[in-house]
Design a protein around this ligand. Structure first.
Ligand SMILES: [Fe+2]
Length: 283
């Protein structure tokens, strides 16, 4: 070391970067940034990242941003297929048996979906197998919760969300219901389908590079909000779907898989019935 100049090496660079975090930076910022720096440096050293691979990484992240707009969220998709979204969810919701389990939000929720009344058809004019949905929103002890807001969304029978059909502006197969005194939201709709996550962009290339498929098993999304209770973001999956064990985003949990076809044996329509149980907000 000459003239007091410092040479940064593979041995001392990580500590040098960590030392630049100001001691009076907010505590959470220090914890998160220090861990991020340590892990990213360890990753680069572990794989001995080459300059060409670094350039490819930069190009990939740049492209990821370019693919995003109000209908396409490639960053959430990357987080989903790498299992990061489910890991965050698992840490945030270490729930116990008496409350419903959560899963990923996914990239297809839309703000301000059409307001629907109980009994109103969720998918008018959409051809497909009829599906009767009836869910109850209750507290941890099973007492029905009145006035809970329930956003519901699912794919067409061909496996497309409304934002992927035509110009994507029209709302279909989605709605916002509010529970009555019995905690119930019930409506007819059409049977959704298993579908590939959007794989025509940079995340699709990552999946195929790893030899992975893009499919998600058949499900209906729910986002339930009731003041004083913890929000519930989840799906209900259709039992028997061939993709239950290879969900591209790792969102399946056993408690969220139900038999939709049981009523068909008695000549009725397919049925999705579920009771959601929400814990108190601060529990
Ligand atoms: Fe979905």
């Amino acid at each position: 070391m000459a003239d007091g100049h410092i040479t940064y090496t593979t041995e001392n660079l990580t500590d040098a970067v960590l030392a630049r975090i100001a001691p009076d930076a907010p505590e959470r910022t220090r914890i998160v940034m220090a861990s991020l720096i340590r892990h990213v440096h360890a990753f680069v050293k572990d794989v001995e990242l080459t300059p060409t691979e670094w350039e490819q990484g930069v190009a990939f992240l740049t492209e990821l941003g370019r693919w995003c707009d109000d209908k396409r969220q490639e960053v959430i998709l990357l987080s989903d297929v790498l299992g990061v979204s489910m890991l965050v969810d698992a840490i945030a919701h270490r729930t116990h048996a008496s409350v419903s389990e959560t899963t990923v939000l996914g990239p297809f929720h839309r703000e301000n979906p059409p307001r629907m009344e109980n009994g109103q058809h969720l998918s008018p004019g959409v051809a497909g197998e009829p599906l009767e949905v009836r869910v109850v929103v209750a507290d941890e002890d099973g007492k029905p919760l009145e006035g809970a807001q329930v956003d519901v969304w699912h794919t067409s029978p061909e496996g497309f969300y409304d934002s992927q059909i035509g110009d994507g502006e029209e709302h279909a197969m989605r709605g916002r219901f509010v529970t009555g005194a019995d905690g119930v939201v019930a409506f007819p709709t059409v049977m959704p389908a298993s579908y590939p996550v959007p794989h025509d962009g940079p995340v699709g290339r990552v999946l195929s590079a790893m030899g992975r498929g893009p499919m998600r098993p058949t499900h209906v999304h729910f986002w339930i909000k009731k003041p004083g209770y913890r929000e519930l973001i989840t799906h209900i999956f259709k039992d028997g779907d061939p993709f239950l064990h290879e969900d591209a985003v790792f969102g399946v949990k056993a408690s969220l898989v139900t038999d939709w076809d049981a009523a068909k044996q008695a000549g009725g329509a397919a049925r999705l019935h579920y009771e959601f149980r929400l814990p108190k907000a601060d529990s």
